[in-house]
Design a protein. Structure first.
Length: 142
């Protein structure tokens, strides 16, 4: 080779099959699959929870109908199950539309209330006197 001859350097030829070109579409497909799997799992979970909530709400509603003024706290808990909370203040899921329940609670002489929550924003409140006897009960929700 002479000094004046220039050597031509060619870039390596790309093969027709380049893995890097497939990386992005593969990642997108995997992400879509994972998202669908998560959404599907969530829908199944919510469906099963809804059935459980419906069953529990039906049990609480049936037990609530059996509660009578004068029953003791232990009888109420045996029928209704453990309450979600206990409060010295009466409350339901909402005030509007249940004003008479709030008036009844105020005049009931209840020292405290046990509160249960059912499905779809339903609240069950049972008032007790200082001797742990039922003085009133109320059901409310949206």
């Amino acid at each position: 080779m002479e000094a004046n001859d220039h050597m031509t350097v060619r870039a390596p030829r790309r093969s027709k099959f380049d893995v890097r070109r497939l990386l992005f579409p593969i990642c997108v497909i995997v992400c879509i699959f994972i998202a669908l799997w998560i959404c599907g799992s969530w829908v199944l979970y919510m469906y099963s929870c809804t059935d459980e909530l419906k069953k529990r709400d039906h049990q609480i509603r049936r037990a609530f109908k059996a509660i009578r003024v004068g029953m003791n706290r232990e009888e109420v808990i045996r029928l209704m199950g453990e309450p979600r909370s206990q409060s010295t203040e009466f409350y339901l899921s909402q005030y509007n539309g249940f004003e008479k329940e709030y008036e009844r609670a105020q005049s009931s002489g209840s020292a405290y209330y046990l509160i249960w929550h059912g499905g779809m924003d339903t609240t069950y409140a049972i008032g007790f006197d200082t001797n742990d006897r039922v003085t009133m009960k109320a059901l409310g929700g949206s």
